[in-house]
Design a protein around this ligand. Sequence first.
Ligand code: PEP
Ligand code: MG
Length: 325
Amino acid sequence: KQRALEEIRDLPACTPDGCTVSLLANIGLLSDIKVAHLHGAEGVGLYRTEFPFMTRSSLPTRQVQASVYRKVLEGFPDLPVHIRTLDIGGDKGLSYFPHPKEDNPFLGWRSMRLSLDREDILREQLAAILIASASGKCHLMFPMISGVDEVRRIKAILSQVKDELTREGRSFDPEIGFGVMVELPAAILVIDMLVKEVDYVSIGTNDLIQYTLACDRNNPRVKKWYDPYHPAVLHSIKKVADAAAGAGKPASLCGEMAGEPINAVLLMGLGLRCFSLSAPNIPRVKEAVRRVSLQKAREIGDRVLAMESAQSIREYLEAAQRELG
Ligand code: PEP
Ligand code: MG
């Protein structure tokens, strides 16, 4: 097994007809860096910064954050690292940060909403990421974006933080990439406007499925309604891929969905060329990419988009999976 892993690790994720897909890792802890390399990750598509906040007993200062982010960037020399700003609330809390009790935490004060209301926390984090950006190929990523207003507000804050750092004589990457996560149905509906405002988008299917289908991602009682194959989810993904391609901006997908090989094939068929996934899933997804032609993936994508029921999509994909071996 170890030998098989080593063999595939350094091979490109390229289809027999020459379509290359990027496979990056989702990480949270510094110990994930090693795991990512072990599985051949081509960088980090999603670094969840909740972890450095969760493993401390008070809000980490800008210096503490910068040193953690720098370690991540130094762990991936010359490879892209997409650092996502704090995404707490919902199911993730901080022991030292009193969070109001909410009837609907996933519809409540979470993620970017919290960061925009607590601008002090956001500014410290942006400063820390910028300071670390001098050490690698760093990209900023903002979660739970609903539309253009939020993006413009974040940009205004970011530009003030950059000005401050410049005045302090700190070096940072002035061209740092600016991307947003697409995980709200609202973002899908205004995706043509959003892609114009950003350098790239990354689809977060864990939340996109939850919000599209109004189905709690952690509630086992409604698990059967939480379905990545619901046509609404797949058509949403297709809409993002098309909008990004139309605007000449990269689109990736960083939800758990991409960790399943047949799903990655389907997503390629819908037009995506970059996935960020839990690192141990990279080799098996790469194997599938190396075995299936882009032409076949597109055929699968087209067939699935024409289907009206999640159940028939599931059955069709199971058959396709068996056929691909
Ligand atoms: C997602 O929502 O798909 C995602 C990747 O982010 P998280 O799981 O951290 O919410
Ligand atoms: Mg999410």
